[in-house]
Write a protein that binds this ligand. Structure first.
Ligand SMILES: [Zn+2]
Length: 380
C-alpha cells in the first residue's frame, strides 16, 4: 500500500518534469536545483579549450584552382584595391572571382571597362543586378529585361538577385512583391535566352524567422543584428513556395540558389528540390557550418549531387577561405569555425574525392557560365 502511494508520487513528479523539458535540454539530474558556485560565463565568454588530441590538417590553399561564384567587390574596382584582392586570391588558389555586385547600366559598364583595363585578365567578372529602387508596377519587367539585355551584351556574365526580392521590394500599391510575380517573367526569360545563370538569394536562414528566445540556434546573431530579425511579416515557407513557383515556371532558366537555398540544414529537402527541378543548382556560400556538423550526410550529398553544387563564399575575407578547403578536402575532426554567431559548434571534414572537388571548385561554374575563361583548367 505504501509502496503504491510512493510510486504514484514519483510518477506524478516525473511526468511534468519530462514534459517541461525544452529542446536541447538533457534530462534533469538528481542534483537539479544546484547552482554553480561561481558566476556563470556568458555565451560570449565561455571558450572551452578542447582536450581532444587528433591529427590536424589545415588547408591554407585549395587543392585545385577555384571559381568563387559568389563574391562582392566594389564596382568599378580601383587598381590598388584589385591588387589587394589579388593577393588573397593567389594565396587561396582562387582563379576567378565572380563579383555579384555589378549593378546595371552606367555602373556596370564602367565596372566591365575597369576589369578590361586591369593587369589581371579574366580573373574577375561581373554579374548584373536589377534596379529595384522604387516600386514595381506594370511595365517594370519589360524595362528591367531590356536593361539586363544591354548589360549582358556589355559584358555581364549572369544576373544576381539580392534578398530584397520577396522581403522588401514593393509593388506600386504598397504590397510586397512576391518572388513569382509574373511581372518578372521577362527577366528570367532574358537569362534563358542569353544562356546565363541567375544567382538568386531568397529568404534568410530559417532560424531568423523563428522566435528570438533561448532555443533559437542563431540567438547571438539575432541579438547582434536587428535587421536580421524576421519574426513578423512574410514567413520562410511562403518565400520558398514563391521561389519554387518561379523555378517551375521557367524551366529553361538556370537558377543557382545562394546559400544552398537555405536547405543545408535539411539535406533531404535539398535533394528533393534538385530531383524535382533540373534547372536548380546551389552555391555553398556562408553555410559551411551546416556541412561541417553533419560530415557523413554532407559527404554523401556532395557525391550524389556533384554536378549541381558550386563553390561560393560571399563576403571576401581571404583568411576565411581555408576553413572551406579544410571541410571539403580533409577528414579532420572537431575543429573551429570562424564566426561564433553563425555557429557555436565545431566542424568536421567531409573528405571529398578529387573528381568531386574539381566540379565543386570550378567545373560546374564553367558549365553554367559560358562567358568565363575556359582555358587552362585541370582536366576533370
Ligand atoms: Zn551575397
Amino acid at each position: 500500500m505504501r509502496r503504491t502511494a510512493l510510486a504514484l508520487i514519483v510518477l506524478a513528479l516525473a511526468v511534468p518534469l519530462v514534459a517541461q523539458q525544452t529542446p536541447g535540454q538533457i534530462r534533469p539530474r538528481p542534483a537539479e536545483g544546484r547552482e554553480p558556485e561561481f558566476k556563470a560565463p556568458t555565451i560570449r565568454e565561455y571558450r572551452p579549450k578542447s582536450q581532444l588530441v587528433t591529427p590536424q590538417h589545415p588547408v591554407p590553399r585549395a587543392k585545385f584552382p577555384v571559381i568563387d561564384i559568389h563574391s562582392h567587390q566594389r564596382t568599378p574596382i580601383a587598381p590598388d584595391e584589385y591588387d589587394r584582392v589579388m593577393k588573397g586570391m593567389e594565396a587561396n588558389n582562387l582563379q576567378i572571382l565572380v563579383n555579384l555586385s555589378g549593378g546595371f547600366g552606367d555602373q556596370l559598364h564602367r565596372g566591365v571597362e575597369a576589369l578590361k583595363a586591369s593587369k589581371y585578365k579574366d580573373r574577375m567578372v561581373l554579374f548584373a543586378n536589377i534596379n529595384f529602387s522604387g516600386s514595381v508596377g506594370p511595365g517594370f519587367g519589360a524595362t528591367a529585361a531590356k536593361q539586363l539585355d544591354d548589360d549582358l551584351k556589355a559584358g555581364a556574365m549572369g544576373l544576381k538577385v539580392f534578398k530584397d526580392l520577396g522581403m522588401f521590394v514593393k509593388k506600386t500599391n504598397g504590397d510586397r512583391l512576391p518572388v513569382d510575380d509574373p511581372e518578372l517573367d521577362a527577366v528570367w526569360e532574358t537569362c534563358a535566352r542569353h544562356n546565363v545563370p541567375v544567382l538568386i538569394h531568397i529568404a534568410e536562414p530559417p532560424a531568423f524567422f523563428e522566435p528570438l528566445d533561448y532555443t533559437n540556434e542563431r540567438w547571438l546573431e539575432l541579438a547582434l543584428y536587428p535587421d536580421r530579425r524576421h519574426q513578423t511579416g512574410v514567413r520562410f515557407e511562403q518565400l520558398l513556395t514563391e521561389r519554387n513557383n518561379m523555378i517551375r515556371k521557367h524551366p529553361n532558366t538556370k537558377f543557382i540558389l545562394a546559400h544552398f537555398g537555405w536547405h543545408a540544414n535539411d539535406l533531404t529537402r535539398a535533394g528533393k528540390l534538385l530531383d524535382q527541378y533540373p534547372n536548380v543548382y546551389y552555391d555553398v556560400a556562408a553555410v559551411l557550418y551546416d556541412f561541417g556538423r553533419q560530415p557523413r550526410a554532407s559527404h554523401d550529398f556532395f557525391v550524389k549531387y556533384q554536378d549541381r553544387i558550386l563553390f561560393g563564399k560571399d563576403s571576401y575575407q581571404p583568411d576565411e577561405y581555408p576553413y572551406y578547403w579544410r571541410v571539403f578536402e580533409t577528414n579532420d575532426e572537431y575543429f573551429d569555425y570562424y564566426r561564433d554567431y553563425h555557429a557555436f559548434w565545431k566542424l568536421y571534414g567531409i573528405g571529398l574525392p578529387d573528381a568531386v572537388l574539381k566540379k565543386l571548385y570550378y567545373a560546374n561554374a564553367l558549365k553554367l557560365t559560358p562567358g568565363l575563361s575556359h582555358a587552362g583548367w585541370p582536366s576533370t
